[in-house]
Design a protein around this ligand. Structure first.
Ligand SMILES: Cc1cc2nc3c(=O)[nH]c(=O)nc-3n(C[C@H](O)[C@H](O)[C@H](O)COP(=O)(O)O)c2cc1C
Length: 446
């Protein structure tokens, strides 16, 4: 496989923390490990202290994933996912954000919301409100969803077909952009006490949007927020997903088991950005990685083994089946995986099959790979060793930073803050201290 066509142009490594409002995000079953505090996800204090930790350590953002259904593809039942705590029970990721913003000064917040299940007029207002309350530190991870169970519960019966979901998302983003950018002029709010005018009506405009999926006359309800629009993140690397990212994304999450796979995703993504007439270097790409760090290599290795021993194979297969639509339960563990097209997500399965034909994955190898941190690699070692692996990963893939999945929370992030961040700073790959500013400016720094 060839190296990425678009080489990195900067020493800087952006850091993003990857979490979800549940007890079991990307490391199936690790809630059983004594170090894990993920079960505290219903305490606001769990989130505010995590946010403070990340802010102090100079992370660019905390990214909260979300789904709107249970993982019920494996074995045709929800039981495995429910038993193993696979992204259920699950709360609403927007709720803790304003509290986290109140106790931090630089950290950004990426919130995942699907374009398939709620109206853009209502969602655009929620993001504008959060952008005000965070003083311009909010991002939106735009997803189209992959679970039939979500579609069933939200009144659609079945999912809209894969590529059409992206067509709908294109239009959804157009509606939002018109509401955020074209409805209210910068100086619409005048607060003229003597004249009795709060807002000048001539500076608030209808958007008169008539599309295939949405009709939105406007005007918007919110006055312009600090960034006007949340930073648009995206995370689907199928051909249609890449075309969508090329048009809209300001930051992109990629994920795969090897630098070959992820380098290919980054390269195709930058091509798609270029095809859409934009500068490919302007998009900030985060590659997923799960760090397992300790004071020494031996301790880190021991820690990693203790994580693996807590993992749930049944949970891993439930997770994988939900992402890909492919049910591997009951299949011979030594059976090699093959790509099949589905209406679930496509890039997750491609990253273990067609993205790197030279590497064949068996069912058991995939389940085991997902044990710690999901689809990305695991970096195990001392601070210096993990910093080496992080540097290698971004330099070899052409990504701009890393999306760090946790094995245990907040422990995995605390390990990075204590052992790895000082090392990356010493090497000139992170700024000496967190830089103030809005999320968009922060991510643009190279
Ligand atoms: C790092 C990463 C995080 C993702 N987070 C979510 C998420 O929180 N919710 C979701 O519905 N999809 C999520 N996805 C899935 C994608 O956004 C996308 O919907 C899925 O990959 C299907 O698109 P594709 O067929 O283009 O790959 C994530 C993907 C990646 C790589």
């Amino acid at each position: 496989m060839s190296l990425p066509v678009h080489p990195r142009r900067s020493a800087r490594i952006h850091l993003n923390a990857f979490a979800m409002m549940c007890a079991g995000h990307q490391s199936p079953g690790l809630w059983r490990h004594p170090e894990d505090q993920g079960f505290r996800y219903t305490d606001l204090d769990h989130w505010t202290s995590l946010a403070r930790l990340l802010d102090d350590a100079g992370f660019d953002a905390l990214f909260l994933a979300d789904v709107l259904g249970v993982y019920d593809v494996a074995g045709g039942s929800r039981d495995a996912a429910v038993r193993a705590g696979i992204q259920v029970p699950l709360g609403d990721p927007m709720m803790p954000v304003s509290a986290m913003a109140a106790v931090t000064s630089s950290l950004g917040f990426g919130v995942t919301v699907s374009t398939s299940y709620e109206h853009p007029y209502a969602l655009a207002r929620r993001f504008s409100t959060l952008d005000h309350l965070t003083k311009g530190r909010v991002g939106w991870n735009v997803v189209t969803g992959y679970l039939e169970s979500a579609a069933a519960n939200l009144g659609l019966g079945a999912q809209v077909p894969h590529d059409e979901r992206y067509a709908q998302a294109d239009e959804y983003l157009d509606v939002c952009a018109r509401l955020w950018w074209d409805s209210w002029e910068d100086d619409a709010v005048v607060r003229d006490v003597a004249g009795g005018v709060y807002t000048d009506p001539s500076k608030v405009h209808e958007i008169s949007y008539h599309g295939r999926y949405f009709d939105v006359p406007g005007p918007f309800l919110c006055e312009p927020s600090p960034q006007r629009s949340p930073v648009i993140f995206q995370a689907g690397a199928s051909p249609r997903g890449l075309a969508f990212a090329g048009q809209h994304a300001e930051a992109v999450f990629v994920s795969g088991p090897s630098t070959e796979v992820v380098g290919g995703q980054v390269s195709r993504l930058r091509d798609a950005v270029s095809d859409a007439g934009r500068d490919p270097a302007s998009v900030t790409v985060f590659a997923q990685l799960a760090p397992v760090v300790a004071a020494s290599s031996a301790e880190a290795r021991e820690r990693y083994e203790s994580y693996v021993s807590a993992y749930s194979r049944e949970g891993a297969l439930a997770l994988f089946a939900g992402w890909t639509g492919l049910d591997l339960t009951g299949i011979d563990p030594a059976e090699p995986l093959r790509y099949v097209e589905s209406d679930a997500g496509r890039s997750a399965l491609a990253s273990f099959t067609t993205d790197d034909p030279s590497r064949e994955w068996t069912v058991d190898e995939v389940a085991r790979h997902l044990a710690v941190g999901g689809r990305g690699p695991v970096a195990v070692g001392s601070g210096a060793e993990v910093a080496d692996q992080m540097e290698a990963w971004v330099d070899e893939t052409g990504a701009d930073g890393l999306n760090l999945a946790y094995a245990v929370t907040p422990g995995s992030f605390a390990q990075v803050a204590s052992f790895v961040v000082p090392e990356l700073r010493r090497r000139g790959r992170m700024p000496e201290k967190p830089e103030p500013g809005m999320l968009r400016e922060r991510l643009a720094a190279r």
